[in-house]
Design a protein around this ligand. Sequence first.
Ligand code: HEM
Length: 519
Amino acid sequence: MPPNTETQTFTIQNGLTRLDIQERVKQGDALFIFENKVYKVNRFMKKHPGGELAIRHVLGKDVTDEIRSMHPPRVYERMIKHYYIGDYIRDNNNVTLVSGAKTRTTSTHNHDAPMQIDWQGGMSVKAFNNEIEQLHTKHAQDIKTYTKGQKNLTMLEIRQEFQQLEQELKDRGMFECNYWRYAKECCRYTTFIYLSLWLAFRGYDTWHFILSAVFMACFWHQLVFTAHDAGHNGITGRVEIDHLIGVTIADFIGGLSIGWWKKNHNVHHIVTNHPENDPDIQHLPFFAISTRFFNNLYSTYYNRVLEFDAAAKFFVKYQHYLYYLVLSFGRFNLHRLSFLYLFFDKEVRNRKLELTGITVFFIWYSYVLSYMPSWGMVFAYVMISYMLTFPLHVQITLSHFGMSTEDLGPDEAFPAKQLRTTMDVDCPEWFDWFHGGLQYQAVHHLFPRLPRHNLRQCVPLVKQFCDRAGLHYYVYDFATGNGVILGALKSVADQVGLMNNVAKHNAGVWSGETLEEKN
Ligand code: HEM
């Protein structure tokens, strides 16, 4: 990457305080703080490989931990120097308590912490509601215990602990990628696609085609984990090569845009679970994981208002029942988002290549479909192969939907924020292949560049770090995690009911009618 010449024409300052920086940002300068130094990236921001928006969200802030965890050392040891404009003068007010528990206890309503539930499937609506009531009580207790155990470390102290953790992980070789794990995974992918194609081309009975569609879904489901690594430049560590691997897997084989995914995902890692900023939780009209979505929020990612209209009111009211059903259509939505990105986004790298990839996908997939004996079977094949990828969408939403959506301000330490907004899902080790190892999302959010296959081994060290830093580490098994999500969705859904009743009541008052009469 060529150095940004803007630093050469810019006067190096002796020191900038937080106020100076904020003033300059207001005037349009793109400044951020890294290790007590101030950097200016006005022109570089547009060329930033992690996307412009990722930087826009952190302007004026100290992003030392974000930079260290998102970039390879060459970025923060060498490249960043070109953008230096002066030292940061820390005033005493900047030593802020960021333990988070203080703020977390202020509201139990807004998903300050996930709710626990021993979830059992197939229960009646009444039993479901009872479970949810219990969930709220447990949730409140959980917060109490947490507050008692809180250590109230300063942001600086948490940061020091976090850097110690990073060093420990480096010393243990956790950042090294073990390519044998990919070799093993490739065998699994090949088996799935071989079985799928063999059954499609040689099959003659209905169940052959259905099974073929199931294997196709398994193939796509598993491939996504490697596409994810490529999107994080975590396979070879070289942006261009990993991008090409990503395009091959996501676009040519999966029919989805890796460019869209990277843009979306990089922002998600910086502003995790922020209702206005994180596209991964902006799913209106189908889901709202915070009551803040009731206020027609403006999405900084989509650049439009997310209207809480009549459709949203309907779907959100029943979102805890519709959760799995809606997610089973997730892959169709990913096509839509990919096309919107490739056709309408101004800054698309390799637009033609990605469009070619997706065209190739539709050609080979249509070829497979041409072996189906009837249109009915074509329809069934598409639905099965697409909808059965839904465990992946559950897994993705599971880590965040039940977690805090609050904005605790710019002084919240990066690890504190990631552990507040993300939870891990535990499973027996032999089942790691199913979740791709990415079920340890909290660990992944702390260190997005750490190879996915090593995440499990990092868990004990992350737990120790949390103990030292007084942070809570949320980890549930898959079933409990699902209960947490459903509980969180239900608590927001109930608010829609309440809101509707208040609206009815107000309308009644104005028209002289009582609520009972109106009902
Ligand atoms: C002068 C400052 C910066 C430079 C030179 C820079 C450079 C880069 C480079 C070269 C990459 C690709 C990394 C790779 O090779 O894998 C990258 C990715 C990224 N950057 Fe920056 N960056 C800067 C500032 C920032 C800031 C302030 C943020 C936000 C806190 C940020 C967020 C990201 C993200 C989210 C990614 C994607 C990481 C991933 O793929 O996992 N960058 N940046």
